[in-house]
Ligand binder design. Structure first.
Ligand code: NAD
Length: 249
């Protein structure tokens, strides 16, 4: 007898923001492998188009900090695929500064992309997710759960993402829209490349991580696939660390 193993996300349509590179790209690749229609929404057109071609999915230009642009991506996706089941609010920027050395412009940009960008994605997708009993996945960080050195703006925005996630989960549970956050530890991506090349910084990360290493983007994508699948049907409002034990001690 042949047992067929069903794909986790067959016939689902997902938008993933910031999926040209890094964690978002790994999520896009996994979603495609699990049978989903995937739309990559990114600000970097060159990388975005190349990744979409590589993964056999669709690319749409979008700055997540501009609500109208996010709304337009959601509308185009629904026009093209008929419905929307998942939005992964992944786009984000790094910011390395303590309070004394941070200017207001940097603070505002981090809030606009890392926090308001998540709100924009969730809000624009919500009416369509109510129709499909769909799901919102927000990529926060360990720095949404604890603080770290020289990360004031970043950790403030990510802490906001975690509690935004809980608020949306509470308000839309009745409509069967689930909303969860993934909180990665340090992951090898273009965002962290330069930081992790610095030996003393890499040692700091190792010291803080019981598993003694950074993550690969694919190790975040597994949870993103699970949370989008029907297997996660009773999980909402969670902020789940994928951090090699960073926040366990
Ligand atoms: P990355 O820099 O490799 O990729 C980020 C992507 O977002 C890029 O494709 C970029 O073009 C896009 N982007 C940037 N600003 C945008 C905007 N305004 N609108 C649309 N797209 C935009 O980063 P990554 O490491 O893959 O990070 C992805 C997410 O994971 C971010 O939210 C980040 O904060 C979070 N995260 C990363 C790590 C890590 O160690 N890499 C750890 C925890 C959380």
């Amino acid at each position: 007898m042949i047992h067929m193993i069903a794909m986790m996300l067959e016939d689902k349509t997902a938008i993933i923001t910031g999926a040209s590179t890094g964690i978002g790209k790994a999520i896009a690749e996994r979603y495609v492998a699990e049978g989903a229609n995937v739309v990559i929404a990114d600000i970097n057109d060159e990388n975005g188009k190349q990744t979409a071609e590589e993964l056999d999915c669709t690319y749409m230009h979008c700055d997540v900090s501009a609500y109208e642009e996010v709304e337009s991506v959601v509308e185009q996706t629904v026009d093209e695929y008929g419905s929307l089941d998942v939005i992964v609010n992944n786009a984000g920027i790094g910011a390395d500064n303590d309070l004394a050395n941070m200017d207001d412009e940097e603070w505002s940009q981090v809030m606009a992309i890392n926090l308001t960008g998540v709100k924009n994605g969730a809000k624009a997708a919500l009416p369509h997710l109510e129709e499909t009993e769909g799901t919102i996945i927000n990529i926060a960080s360990i720095y949404g759960l604890v603080a770290g050195p020289s990360a004031t703006a970043y950790a403030t925005a990510k802490g906001g993402v975690v509690n935004f996630t809980r608020s949306v989960a509470v308000d839309y549970a009745d409509q069967q829209v689930r909303c969860n956050a993934i909180c990665p530890g340090f992951v090898e991506t273009p965002m962290t490349e330069a930081m992790l090349e610095d030996e003393s910084f890499y040692h700091f990360v190792q010291d803080e991580t019981p598993m003694d290493r950074v993550a690969q983007p694919e190790e975040i994508a597994g949870l993103a696939a699970f949370l989008a699948s029907d297997d996660a049907s009773y999980i909402t409002g969670a902020a789940i660390p994928v951090d090699g034990g960073w926040t366990a001690h």
